[in-house]
Design a protein. Structure first.
Length: 434
């Protein structure tokens, strides 16, 4: 097979790849210069939709509706757009070997791709219970969610197991969003997680108490402080029960596991410097290898605001890092420089009719403000994180766009705080006056 050669290759066809393609087009890429090689069969799309509207029983989101860049209010890049721009979308193609020294990639089907500049945008893969040898974890109807194919399998299971029982393993954002959407699909939902409260990496006990209370009012059973240690299956090999470490046994027709992800860096192991589990980059997403960039979930980059290297597995950063890398590539071709990446961490989630946003860093002391009673019809509450006498992070449930902008600003500006009680009483108005 003859090798295909491109000036720029993006390996991975997810969120970052799509936003990078748009930036390349803005900067004037020539037809035939850029290729995106993706394991998935479809053009880049807004991955967060998969655990939200994609699984709705009524009027679900479907492609082409959520191709990038609609998630940030931008133009929707349909497959035709790539054609028009002369950007080659090489889909259903998994790269199984990368040789950065000779600048080639090899696919599972044995095709060779040469590049001058490579952008690594392989994202993350899910951690599977089979990775830890959990007994029975290979039973049918145990699902994970990362790509659109996974979501399609889940939809089939929801249809096949109408009004059945679902056990969600994991209390992170996938667990919370999946529990909600399964309930909306009229399934009987239980969540299991080992921590004392949900989303422990971000939520404080006060924040979590609201969501756990709210989920209970929706009829979701929450089992904390224990883990799934095994599964039993029926004679068809379909999951029937989830065995918990504390001895309890839960009936299940469907299990969805959301216990975290791992950045997909294996292809490049030993060829590029790594840090904190990701590929180490500078503020322009350049790796330790000349002409190789890494963006999105796989990149460990300098977070200027906090003066440390971080890896961020969230959609906003995947979009912005991709744009930064492409701007840097084009600038360096013209002998120019661009500003360093100066990212303000931003995470969000939506479930039922709830919606929260978080900006900044969740370090230091916390105060809660507003009404976090889960029975309140339209709850609005938030939290600030305070370190060294300054606000470092801000969280808000139920904010308007202006209020969300205000908490973003507060996390960026880091205003001083004298008295935590006063801050708690002032609540959102503190952010709104900054
Ligand atoms: P991805 O979007 O994962 O893209 C990686 C691509 O690379 C995939 O297409 C993959 O198939 C491909 N690939 C990998 N290896 C190879 C290979 N060897 N050869 C070819 N192709 C390859 N973040 C939020 O901030 N808010 C949310 O609400 C939110 N919801 C989410 C819901 C779900 C279900 C998931 C899975 C993630 C969610 N995220 C959310 C996280 C967010 O989607 C990711 O941070 C973002 O997609 C990362 O972008 P990326 O381009 O680095 O990786």
């Amino acid at each position: 097979m003859a090798a295909k050669s491109f000036k720029y290759v993006i390996v991975g066809g997810g969120v970052s790849a799509g936003y990078a393609a748009r930036e390349f087009a803005k900067q004037g890429v020539k037809p035939g210069e850029l290729a995106i090689i993706s394991k998935e069969a479809v053009a880049p799309y807004e991955r967060p939709a998969l655990s939200k509207a994609y699984l709705f029983p009524e009027s679900p989101a479907r492609l082409p509706g959520f191709h990038v860049c609609v998630g940030s209010g931008g133009e929707r890049l349909l497959p035709e757009w790539y054609k028009e721009k002369g950007i080659e979308l090489i889909l259903s193609t998994e790269i199984v070997k990368a040789d950065l020294a000779v600048k080639t990639l090899i696919s599972a089907a044995g095709e060779t791709f040469n590049y001058q500049i490579l952008i690594i945008a392989t994202g993350s893969s899910v951690i599977r219970l089979t990775d830890f040898g959990v007994q029975g974890a290979d039973a049918k109807n145990i699902y994970y969610l990362r790509e659109i194919d996974d979501a399609d399998k889940l939809i089939e299971a929801i249809k096949a197991k109408k009004n059945g029982k679902v056990v969600i393993v994991g209390g992170g954002y996938i667990g919370l969003e999946l529990s909600a959407v399964m309930k909306i699909n009229n399934l009987d939902v239980s969540m299991v997680y080992p921590e004392p409260w949900c989303m422990p990496r971000l939520f404080t006990a006060d924040i979590a108490a609201f969501y756990e209370g709210f989920y209970k009012t929706k009829g979701i059973q929450i089992i904390k402080g224990t883990v799934a240690v095994g599964f039993t299956a029926d004679s068809n090999g379909e999951v029937k029960e989830v065995k918990l470490k504390d001895g309890r046994v839960l009936e299940a027709d469907i299990v969805v596991v959301g216990v975290g992800g791992r950045p997909l860096t294996t292809l490049f192991k030993g060829q590029v410097e790594e840090e904190k589990g990701g590929i180490k980059t500078d503020s322009f997403f350049k790796t330790s290898v000349p002409n190789v960039y890494a963006v999105g979930d796989v990149a460990t980059f300098p977070l200027k605001l906090y003066k440390e290297l971080r890896r961020v597995e969230h959609v906003d950063h995947s979009r912005k890092s991709a744009e930064q890398a492409v701007k840097a590539i084009k600038a360096s071709e013209e002998g120019k420089t661009i500003e360093e990446y100066d990212y303000l961490p931003f995470f969000y989630s939506r479930s039922f009719d709830l919606s929260w946003q978080f900006y900044g860093d969740n370090v230091g002391d916390t105060v809660i403000f507003g009404d976090n009673n889960p029975e309140t019809p339209k709850p609005k509450f938030g939290s600030y994180w305070i370190k060294d006498g300054k606000v470092f992070g801000a969280f808000l449930e139920g904010g308007t766009p202006e209020e969300n902008k205000a908490i973003a600003k507060v996390a960026r500006v880091q205003p001083p705080v004298e008295n935590l009680d006063v801050l708690s009483k002032e609540g959102l108005s503190f952010a709104c006056k900054i």
